[in-house]
Design a protein around this ligand. Structure first.
Ligand code: NAP
Length: 344
């Protein structure tokens, strides 16, 4: 059984007694900085030269400095830059202010275990290392906190940590609002491997491929792309909302008996033995470090394959149909991003 902690298990005064630095002001960075500040924690934001978001942090009233300045100033540093940039950030700007200090003087935190698990960052034992991974995109982390709630999260400490580290990590999770919903205790390896597997097999890779294959099957058979879009993408949200509230069982309760029967007889044909074997292989590559090595190498060699895949995805037929239909549905709050991935 998982160990789950709630507000009553956390002592907010621990993190309120620390100076907390946040590296990056992106999706997670802005949510951490603002939630901590609103929970009475002293926070500063560390940005890189040429940062696009430094202005937004200043506009929110947060003190901003270079990553080095913030690393030198803080007791606790949460690293919320992209995972592939973190090793260099640590080496160049954080390590000089963290290594060689008294044990426990500095705490390094992450929202995803990638760099600690795959050992691209290896702080000495004198640096305390922890993980607080909110289980939601950053904008939801902030919105939910501001509404008085919180998103659930995962917490972990590096193996062999002093007991005080877990109490501090829990205190940080409380200031983020995560313990309002509950945080599950995990390890760096479990968080990293399950997170990568979930996004590859189900949430991003699996879901995108399923949507596109369904759309393409209908269009190739001569059906209107607009109808195919509604069937294979738009309605997925409505189905997932039902699952989110009451599990698969509630979704099946809510859809027609015909849809429910279709679910039972078709699902295993779509996700058959071949797909299940592919999932096992994805997991094996994550566990062995093969996926991480390939992704790190892709980043170190200019990201050509990544950028080509991003452009091809943005130019897929389903995207043009979807953009046109979404414009006619302002209540969806439609949003368009550039193929190069820049923010709207
Ligand atoms: P993000 O939205 O891409 O934001 C990254 C931030 O880091 C930006 O403010 C960016 O600067 C800054 N940055 C980029 N390169 C930098 C560098 N070399 N030095 C210092 N700062 C740099 O990232 P994110 O999605 O929030 O992810 C941050 C961490 O949270 C990752 O470990 C990720 O795995 C984890 N996480 C993310 C989510 C999520 O929902 N996104 C969920 C759970 C965990 P500018 O834009 O200012 O130029």
């Amino acid at each position: 059984m998982a160990t789950i902690y709630y507000d009553r298990d956390a002592d907010l005064s621990l993190i309120r007694a620390k100076k907390v630095g946040i590296v990056g002001y992106g999706s997670q960075g802005h949510a951490h900085a603002l939630n901590l500040r609103d929970s009475g924690v002293e926070v500063r934001v560390g940005v890189h030269p040429g940062s696009r978001r430094a202005g937004a942090a200043r506009a929110a009233g947060l003190p901003v400095g270079s990553v080095e300045e913030i690393a030198a100033w803080c007791d606790v540093l949460m690293v919320l830059a992209p995972d592939t940039a973190q090793a260099k950030i640590y080496r160049d700007w954080i390590a000089p202010h963290f290594e060689g200090k008294a044990p426990g003087a500095k705490t390094l935190l992450f929202a995803h275990g990638f760099n600690i698990h795959y050992k691209t960052i290896e702080p000495p034992a004198s640096v305390d290392v922890g993980l607080i991974a909110p289980k939601a995109p950053g904008h939801r982390v902030r919105e939910t906190y501001a509404e008085g709630g919180g998103v659930p999260g995962l917490i972990a400490v590096r193996e062999g940590s002093r007991p005080e580290v877990k109490a501090l990590v829990l205190s940080y999770a409380a200031a983020m609002g995560n313990t309002r919903a509950g945080v599950i205790e995990t390890t760096f390896s479990e968080e990293t491997e399950t997170d990568l597997f979930g996004e590859q097999a189900v949430l991003c890779g699996g879901a995108s491929a399923l949507i596109q294959a369904g759309f393409q099957t209908l269009v190739d058979a001569g059906y209107q792309p607009e109808v195919a879009y509604f069937e294979c993408l738009h309605e997925l949200k409505l189905i997932v909302d039902l699952m989110y509230r009451g599990g698969l069982k509630y979704m099946r309760f809510s859809v027609s008996d015909t849809a429910e029967w279709g679910d039972y007889v078709a699902g295993d044909k779509v996700i058959g033995a071949e797909s299940k074997a592919a999932m096992k292989q994805l997991l094996a590559d994550i566990q062995s470090g093969a996926f991480a090595r390939e992704w790190i190498a892709e980043n170190e060699t200019g990201r050509a394959k990544f950028l080509a895949a991003r452009r091809a995805g943005a130019n897929a037929p389903i995207e043009a149909v979807g953009a046109k239909l979404r414009k006619m549905m302002p209540f969806l709050d439609p949003i368009e991003v550039d193929p190069d991935g820049s923010q709207p």
